[in-house]
Write a protein that binds this ligand. Structure first.
Ligand code: G6P
Ligand code: MG
Length: 222
């Protein structure tokens, strides 16, 4: 059996990051906002189930929560529920600041920039721009993909392919960084090198798994 390569075969020219769980830990805010909604609807919700929503877009998450509780709502009602959750979420993230950057995140962004690579953001969150502002890192990115432009959510590769295209870099020259299995699948589907953040068992399709951006060394890939 051949040993898998420990770095991309082609030198990378861009790094495309996911946001939630990679650069900052917003999972706790999504959890509290969904939990508040679930309680108001009398639906079960806990942290273990919240784990399975990582990387899943807003409506996809709501569908899973309602299906688990055996509830059926009309499309209009679902839009109203999703809006309600988002209002809770925005209220929670409005207190965020640069202290909520995960260890090594800012250093990794600066090191990638200093090495002359392009930097993209491929987050499923419609609140990504707001979170970047709160964290004070908007200017670290050459391109932030607008989720509204994306037709197919992760695990479809569309969001990573769009990021690469906007950065003017071929997918094979990109490293994607993700904490969710759906995101790793999207990176691999795009033909990029996938760095997983978190649990190697959950992220078994990643090319490598590290515990956080404090373990990410761009020099290793050059
Ligand atoms: C990220 C999070 C998900 C969240 C999704 C949409 O991928 O990991 O938990 O549901 O973004 O976020 P939004 O801010 O648009 O509701
Ligand atoms: Mg994530």
């Amino acid at each position: 059996m051949n040993t898998p390569p420990s770095k991309p075969l082609v030198p990378p020219r861009a790094v495309i990051f996911d946001l939630d769980g990679v650069i900052t830990d917003t999972a706790q805010y999504h959890f509290h906002a969904w939990q508040r909604l679930a309680i108001s609807l009398g639906l079960p919700f806990d942290e273990a189930f919240n784990e399975s929503l990582k990387g899943i877009d807003r409506m996809g998450s709501l569908d899973r929560i309602l299906a688990r509780g055996g509830k059926v709502y009309s499309p209009q009602q679902k839009l109203a529920l999703a809006r309600q959750k988002n209002e809770h979420y925005i209220e929670l993230i409005s207190t965020m600041d640069s202290a909520q950057l995960l260890p090594g995140a800012l250093q990794a962004l600066c090191a990638v920039r200093a090495a002359g690579l392009r930097i993209g953001l491929a987050s499923a969150s419609r609140n990504a721009a707001l979170v970047l502002t709160r964290l004070g890192i908007t200017r670290c990115f050459d391109h932030v993909v607008e989720v509204a432009e994306i037709e197919r959510p992760k695990p479809d590769p569309e969001i990573f392919l769009t990021a690469a295209q906007r950065l003017g870099v071929r997918p094979v020259q990109c490293i994607g960084v993700e904490d969710a299995a759906a995101g790793v699948a999207a990176i691999k589907g795009a033909g990029m090198w996938a760095v997983g953040i978190g649990d190697a068992e959950v992220l078994s399709h990643a090319d490598e798994v590290i515990s956080g951006l404090d373990q990410f060394d761009i020099q290793h890939y050059l």
